[in-house]
Design a protein around this ligand. Structure first.
Ligand code: NDP
Length: 515
């Protein structure tokens, strides 16, 4: 039996709850009575036009626990009609009113933090504690940040001596398409939705079909917050069906995409023919450089996080660690000891540091790269094979232990291709120039970390690394005002702060002649 989910009863906390006594209680119920997510179009929850649904699997159990619309171009067309209808009024709504509604959305996400965090953990396999401390608070911050940012913008004016006076209007562009991946579902989708609707655009968003639940919950919150119908529309379904229909639609002139590099290429190709404005946030193979003069306690703790947060499924994870040779053996020993202490477990257990991998396909990909590393001559210092399931509930779940590999050339495939899982490599280096060369010797350029107490060296190395972000003595410190994005095959364009406000608007110069 299917339960329509959209104006749903009983509330999600009952369906997705964790019993105080011993873990998860809802599995049996969800196998009997599947939650059915709906599209959100024109302010209403609606079934996909073709009536098709896909099973949504809980990674920790390997079992379907909900259904997600298997939408297509017909659903995108409906969403375009709704967004088009909403645009004239929303784009003229005063910034203060748009801000008020976005702030209300932020408040409501905070109010429902626990419900959102559980939904995110169940959908993705990430530890509940991570969803509670990172993903959901950040989603709320995204709305709060852009709600207030639009109240403090300035208009530029350029005076042409004796001839004219120019001023710049930044106007909303119209209907925007927002496509996001499965690893940080609400965090990344709200990072796009918030600036887009804050500036007065109307949006059609597509979350990954693998992790649709929190996007669905967000729609309920938008209704409650009084967001006018059609300002935000969410169409669920696969990339080739819904994603491709969004990127190909002639009325959607702006696309903000986060995902893999190969998919990004398809999005760019589809959009180029229609001259769309496109922002691409793509994959990474990020270097994490530890100099001998670093604060080793901090570097090791930071590297454990940057290697294995969210089971290594963060685009910013530092999957290539380089350590100055004089301290390489010490680093490998201490880092490996610390990684061995990470507790792999049921994502819903409070003690869990490492949850499940998002799908079996992804888990198999991780295993494939570990086998490849061995073939290429690498030594597996830790992990490398599927562990025992953490409990009976998770006996069919997708788990892979944190894996540390050493001892083979930087040029091998495992050191160049994005794995997007709990696997890191550690390589020694001797000279600053040498490590900069290693860092840059991949097709990606998303982020990097540098650990050193030498300020001069930090500046010099940061300047030379080909990456959109260089963290010095830290990782994943994210100020929402700073430009964010990748170089080379990690992306095109920047998001964040002013960059996002500019991306989602069109600059128009008004030139008034001096009489
Ligand atoms: P994918 O590229 O497979 O998918 C991303 C999104 O694009 C999904 O919603 C997907 O839909 C959709 N999609 C798939 N095919 C098409 C298409 N032809 N046209 C339009 N949309 C399509 O990435 P993953 O979901 O596997 O995410 C992991 C990747 O994302 C990694 O490479 C990671 O580095 C990158 N990433 C980059 C970030 C950054 O900020 N630079 C941040 C986070 C992740 P569906 O899943 O439903 O098929």
């Amino acid at each position: 039996m299917s339960r329509r989910f959209g104006g749903y009863e009983p509330p999600l906390e009952m369906s997705l709850s964790v019993s105080r006594s011993h873990g998860y209680t809802a599995g049996a119920r969800m196998q009997r009575e599947t939650i059915q997510i709906q599209n959100f179009i024109g302010g209403q929850f609606v079934r996909p036009k073709a009536g098709r649904y896909l099973d949504n699997i809980e990674p920790a159990t390997g079992l379907p626990y909900s259904q997600v619309p298997d939408g297509d171009a017909a659903d995108v067309e409906l969403a375009v009609e709704a967004a088009e209808k909403a645009f004239p009024s929303w784009s003229r709504t005063p910034a203060a009113e748009r801000s008020r509604i976005l702030l209300r959305i932020a408040d409501l996400i905070e109010r429902d933090l626990e419900k959102f965090a559980r939904a995110e953990s169940i959908d993705t396999g990430k530890p509940l504690a991570l969803a509670r401390s990172l993903d959901i608070p950040r989603a709320s911050s995204n709305f709060r940040f852009f709600a207030t940012a639009i109240l403090h913008t300035e208009n530029e004016a350029h005076v042409t001596d004796g001839v004219a006076f120019n001023y710049t209007l930044r106007q909303p562009r119209g209907i925007v398409g927002l496509i996001s991946p499965w690893n940080l579902p609400l965090y990344l989708l709200s990072w796009k939705i918030a600036p887009a609707i804050a500036v007065g655009d109307t949006a059609i968003a597509k979350p990954s079909e693998l992790t649709p639940m929190t996007a669905f919950l967000l729609c309920e919150i938008c209704q409650e917050a009084g967001l006018p119908a059609g300002v935000l529309n969410i169409v669920h379904g696969t990339g080739p069906n819904v994603g491709a229909a969004i990127t190909a639609h002639p009325k959607i002139g702006t696309i903000s995409f986060t995902g893999g590099t190969l998919t990004g290429r398809k999005v760019a190709e589809a959009g180029a023919a229609l001259f769309k404005k496109i922002s691409l946030e793509l994959g990474g193979k990020n270097p994490n450089i530890i100099f001998a003069d670093a604060d080793f306690e901090a570097a090791i703790a930071g590297s454990v996080r940057s290697s294995f947060a969210n089971q290594g499924q963060v685009c910013l994870c530092g999957s290539r660690i380089f350590v100055e040779r004089s301290r390489y053996p010490e680093f490998v020993r201490r880092f490996t000891e610390k990684v061995a202490q990470l507790r792999l477990g049921d994502p819903l257990e409070a003690s869990t540091d490492q949850g499940a991998i998002v799908t079996k396909v992804q888990m198999d990909k991780v295993q494939y790269y570990v086998e490849l590393a061995k073939e290429e001559g690498g030594k597996v210092e830790l992990g490398g094979a599927a562990p025992q399931p953490p409990n009976d509930r998770c006996r069919n779940g997708y788990f892979f232990p944190p894996t540390v590999i050493t001892g083979w050339p930087v040029s091998c495939r495992v050191n160049r291709e994005e794995i997007f899982g709990p696997v890191v490599t550690i390589t020694p280096f001797d000279e600053d120039d040498e490590v900069v060369r290693y860092a840059n010797d991949v097709e990606y350029g998303l982020s990097s970390s540098v650990w050193t107490q030498n300020l001069n060296r930090a500046h010099l190395v940061a300047e030379q690394i080909h990456a959109g972000t260089v963290w010095v003595n830290c990782w994943l410190v994210r100020d929402l005002r700073v430009p964010f994005g990748g170089m080379k095959q990690s992306g095109v364009g920047r998001e964040g702060g002013e960059e996002a406000l500019r991306f989602f608007t069109e600059a128009k110069n008004v030139c008034i002649a001096r009489s």
